[in-house]
Design a protein around this ligand. Structure first.
Ligand SMILES: [Zn+2]
Length: 566
């Protein structure tokens, strides 16, 4: 798609926000001169505290933007000369400017569609959850599904998990599905089990578990056992709703300073939703996606398409596989047991043979590979598969990714470095999920979400929320990585603390590197996309435990204001 039409479609979002549709209608490559003969920029920011995240010039006061890219970065006096008659001039009045945040692993389409269509169960008691499901069932024809999301077993005050009886009481005449916020475990009522033909005698499928107590179903189902329900559970959304879901989540995420996201599990419906929203002019962020699911990955591969296909707004990053369970749902595969459950080492969802074959095939087809691996056992297996593929077909810069890469050790760190792999650990989890870490214990927490260790080994670790599972606000992430302190003030693995500057680089430049886009974005430098955020305060200056409260004043993507607090 040519630059001019892209500008036109995106001008809708900018117009909604009251930003000038700068440069629209002018031919690219023919910038007008201002009265003094200098280039008339579209946008100029003056009197700012700019953190460029560029080693050569880490600080600046001002920048100029033309045709969606930075054209100059420097002192306010120099940059002022780029302002012409039609230039939008922002006087930052000493506020902080940073490169736009990049979330290298999240699920924006999933999140936006859920918000729009299904029942939000981010509630604090089972009673409230039952009430919310009952209310939705009352307006849903009997026999149709009620779908709930964002349930989190450690955030309810009842001290127990929801179960099949709660869900039957809430909606006896509807099949009910409640997915944990983490996305790996779910709860179903009896009508749902009947619909799927699953009962207490159904054996666990490989890589999955159906939970029972005294021989009866509890309602909880983990990992690949959820696939037993896939044939009968509807997607629950229309194409129009999915497009609107992308628009909604892009509005929410740009309000937090995000300018790029990596969708880490993009199926066919989501890819279409992104493209629909992009063409409608309602998608405010850039998306790089990891294709997951045979129906999209197989077809892309068959078409001969590979990593990098697309444009700077919507781009194929690679392919995604899942090797083990979840950190927040305490199902990840570890060499040592969970605290209080001596026989529980978590769940592996792929065999070594399956991993080896999937990685070799994707590597040969020039796909960047991202594999979900939380526990040390799963990470070891993924590295074996990467090491094997690189032996079979050596490639100098493959950047295969280890999604989450939660629990590491010196051997794994050394091999991650040696293979040039990219970890994308949760960056808001220490702060947000402190109520879960006692099941791992102090000792393991020194090696979990190990941002300090990755940096010390020279590994370009990227920042990742995994939203829905984790909060997506990057300022909370910076606070979490810097303080390693949870919401109740408890510190977890203080040896893994990093500085604000290191955290900022993880949240920007390293995210760009993780999708081979570091030449395009991730720092403030002439030639790169004008993706940046203006913050009311400098995260370097405020008390570390107040970083998450810093206000995002404006978010600019490709020179266009996509969020403004006013
Ligand atoms: Zn994920």
């Amino acid at each position: 798609m040519p630059v001019t039409s892209r500008r036109e479609v995106l001008s809708l979002g900018a117009a909604l926000l009251g930003a000038a549709a700068t440069g629209a209608g002018r031919a690219a490559g023919a910038p007008p001169a201002n009265s003094s003969g200098a280039i008339g920029a579209d946008l100029v920011v003056l009197n700012a505290r700019i953190h460029t995240v560029e080693d050569g010039m880490p600080r600046a006061e001002a920048c100029a933007v033309l045709d969606g890219r930075f054209i100059a970065v420097g002192a306010s006096d120099e940059i002022r000369s780029f302002a012409g008659k039609r230039t939008e001039v922002i006087d930052a009045q000493g506020m902080t400017v940073i490169p736009g945040f990049i979330d290298a692993h999240s699920h924006p389409a999933w999140g936006g569609i859920e918000e729009l269509v299904n029942v939000n169960l981010d509630l604090r008691s089972i009673g409230e959850i039952v009430e919310a499901i009952r209310a939705r069932a009352a307006e849903t024809p009997p026999g149709e599904w009620v779908l709930g999301f964002k349930y989190d077993d450690t955030k309810v005050r009842d001290g127990r998990q929801i179960d099949i009886d709660d869900l039957d009481a809430a909606a006896p005449d509807h099949p009910v599905y409640v997915v944990h916020r983490g996305g790996h475990t779910a709860w179903y009522n009896r009508a749902a089990f009947e619909r799927a033909g699953v009962n207490a005698r159904t054996p666990d499928p490989p890589g999955g578990h159906i939970y029972k107590r005294d021989g009866r179903l509890t309602g909880r189902v983990a990992e690949r056992a959820n696939e037993l329900f896939d044939p009968v559970r509807p997607s629950g959304s229309t194409r129009e709703q999915r497009e609107a879901g992308v628009a909604l989540i892009s509005e929410m995420m740009t309000a937090a300073g995000l300018t790029s996201v990596h969708d880490a599990q993009c199926n066919r419906d989501y890819a279409i939703a992104y493209q629909d929203a992009y063409h409608a002019g309602s998608m405010r962020f850039r998306v790089s996606f990891l294709a997951q699911g045979e129906n999209i990955y197989r077809d892309l591969k068959a078409a001969g398409v590979y990593s990098g296909f697309g444009d700077e707004w919507l781009r194929l990053c690679g392919v995604k596989f899942v090797a083990d369970g979840s950190a927040s749902e305490r199902t990840m595969a570890m060499s040592t047991a969970y605290v209080g459950r001596p026989d529980d080492h978590g769940i592996l969802t792929m065999t070594q043979e399956e991993l080896d074959a999937a990685v070799e095939d994707a590597h040969r087809h020039r796909f960047q590979v991202g594999i979900h691996a939380n526990g040390d056992v799963a990470i070891d297996r993924v590295l074996q598969a990467y090491e094997r593929a690189l032996r079979i077909e050596p490639r100098r810069d493959s950047r295969h990714r280890i999604e989450h890469c939660s629990l590491v050790n010196p051997d794994l760190l050394r091999r991650i470095k040696a293979t040039g792999s990219i970890p994308t650990p949760f960056y808001t989890y220490i702060h947000y999920n402190g109520d879960k870490w006692s099941e791992y214990g102090e000792e393991k927490m020194q090696w979990m979400f190990a941002h300090r260790s990755f940096l010390d080994y020279g590994i370009p670790v990227a920042g990742a929320s995994d939203y829905i599972p984790g909060p997506y606000e990057p300022l909370m992430a910076i606070q979490s990585m810097v303080t390693r302190t949870d919401m109740n003030g408890r510190v977890w693995g203080p040896n893994q603390r990093i500085s604000v500057g290191e955290a900022l680089k993880i949240c920007t430049q390293n995210g760009a590197y993780a999708s081979f886009e570091e030449h395009l974005k991730g720092s403030i430098r002439a030639g790169k996309f004008a993706d940046f955020a203006i913050l009311a305060d400098d995260p370097h200056d405020v008390e570390p435990e107040r970083i998450k409260h810093i206000e995002v004043v404006r978010t600019v993507v490709g020179g266009r204001t996509m969020y403004s607090r006013h």
